[in-house]
Write a protein that binds this ligand. Structure first.
Ligand code: EPZ
Length: 449
């Protein structure tokens, strides 16, 4: 594909403007984080904007040629990747601290391809399909391939596009989606409430003639945030946040300004960090309702949690009790907090279990947690944990974003020094992680390669 080379060159030639430093792509992969464990966290932490809300909303800018302004965007590698991708497609993007402005280039021409190198790096790139299918009536996307947490196919996305009238062919690793005969609103039942598929259908149906109804839709808060943006653009979406979403297609969409909702997964990670270090912290700029399933379990376990408007006060007051969890789609316990929860349960006296119902292979952090001294057994999608007295610092390797968070939490609680490698996974989804933890009293530093 002729575009691939161009995109790869764009990706390689650009420096990722990020908190680490202005480095090329080559050596940042060797950065490590070193933690001397045992400090109790205390103080205040401001939660950043949600990565999983910002990404679909950035792709929604492809639905209009008018300018968009998005506030409270976290500074993350996945955001940088998405901005580079939008530039490659034909948009102009400007990121100033936590605000992103997106404009159309003079040509107003958009490329219609998501190359393998990009989709492999960031699965959310497949969210290009919805907007470009709606506007250009064709889009080529590299098959995403599996990743550390499972096969993660895109069959649900493709079935939905076919229901809308698209034709799909797979050739040399690319999915080519066309809508030569145009698209027509219809009822689409998702066999699984896939977050990405719900978002992709929304990003198409808003510009498709007629009424589209999504049944068994994902209900995550990030879906609601996307629908709010689409309606600000002039779309007609109702029911977002419930299992049934109704979209009345319109002819064109307009620019918008929006503030991204807080990152509920980042917030949950800091709450667990306070619990595991027996600390006392206040989280600011959060939406407590988005964390209900997690906080209910933590309160049951004995952690003191008080929701105060857009703040959450957390204090460890006594030894916690083990709690069993089963991950599920929102509002169940989120799979993106499963790894962090596992670390906490490993250091609580007694036995507990975790059932992972969303991904088929999301236990890669188990082997690394055992290096700290964890006592965990894996049986298919179920993990059984026997709490141990303490963790000893260890050298560990991050396999994926949330597994990385689990290892950082283990290092904070462990006696001695922990060295965490492949921290670039963390840079995809945690904004200023070391800085925020250091300000809470952790003995943590990044060693640049
Ligand atoms: C989103 O991924 C999130 N990513 C993930 O967060 C999150 O873990 C996941 O939703 C579940 O909540 C973003 O929002 C960018 P899915 P997504 O489609 O949309 C299967 C993080 O750490 N499936 O809801 O890719 C799939 O294999 C990331 O921030 C199909 O079989 O998740 C998985 O088992 C990790 N066919 C399950 O559904 C499909 O066509 C849930 O996937 C699509 C999905």
């Amino acid at each position: 594909m002729k575009f691939c080379g161009l995109f790869i060159r764009v990706l390689r030639d650009s420096n990722f403007e990020c908190d680490r430093s202005k480095k090329g792509l080559s050596n940042y992969k060797m950065d490590k984080i070193v933690i001397r464990g045992g400090n109790k966290l205390s103080g205040e932490v401001v939660i950043s904007g949600s990565k999983n809300s910002a990404l679909p909303i950035l792709f929604a800018t492809l639905l209009t040629d008018e300018p968009a302004k998005i506030n409270n965007v976290p500074s993350l590698d996945d955001i940088n990747t998405t901005l580079l991708f939008l530039n490659f497609i034909g948009k102009k993007t400007v990121k100033k601290k936590n605000t992103v402005e997106v404009y159309s280039s003079e040509s107003r021409l958009y490329k219609y391809i998501a190359p393998y190198d990009l989709v492999r790096k960031m699965r959310a790139s497949i969210l290009i399909m919805g907007p470009l299918l709606a506007r250009l009536k064709k889009v080529y996307v590299s098959l995403p391939g599996g990743c550390a947490i499972g096969a993660r196919p895109i069959d649900i996305h493709l079935e939905a596009f076919e229901k809308l009238g698209a034709e799909i062919s797979v050739e040399s690793g690319y999915v080519r989606t066309f809508a030569k005969g145009g698209l027509k609103g219809t009822t689409i039942n998702l066999r699984f409430p896939s977050v990405g598929a719900t978002e992709n259908v929304l990003l198409t149906a808003v510009l498709v003639e007629g009424k589209t109804i999504i049944t068994n839709a994902a209900c995550e808060p990030e879906i609601e945030d996307l629908a709010i943006v689409l309606n600000k653009m002039g779309a007609k979406v109702t029911g977002a946040g419930t299992k049934n979403i109704v979209i009345e297609g319109v002819r064109e969409l307009h620019g918008f300004e929006h503030n991204i909702i807080p990152d509920r997964i980042e917030a949950a990670t800091y709450i667990i960090a306070a619990a595991i270090t027996k600390g006392e912290i206040v989280l600011k700029e959060v939406i407590p309702q988005h964390l209900k399933s997690i906080n209910d379990k933590l309160k049951k376990s004995g952690l003191y949690i008080k929701e105060l408007g857009n703040k959450i006060y957390v204090k460890w007051i006594k030894d916690l009790e083990p709690q069993n969890i089963k991950t599920g789609v929102y509002p169940e316990f989120p799979t993106d907090v499963q790894a962090q929860w596992m670390t906490l349960m490993c250091l609580i006296k007694g036995e507990s279990s975790i059932k992972e119902n969303v991904f088929e292979n999301r236990f890669l952090h188990v082997a690394e947690l055992r290096r700290f001294g964890a006592d965990i057994s894996v049986n298919g999608r179920v993990v059984n944990i026997k709490g141990v007295e303490k963790f000893s610092g260890a050298s560990v390797i991050v396999s994926d974003l949330r597994a990385g968070a689990a290892l950082i939490l283990a290092g904070l609680a462990a006696r001695g020094t922990t060295t965490v490698s492949r921290v670039y996974h963390l840079d995809r989804g945690y904004d200023m992680l070391e800085k925020k933890l250091k300000e809470l009293g952790a003995d943590i530093r990044r060693v640049f390669s």
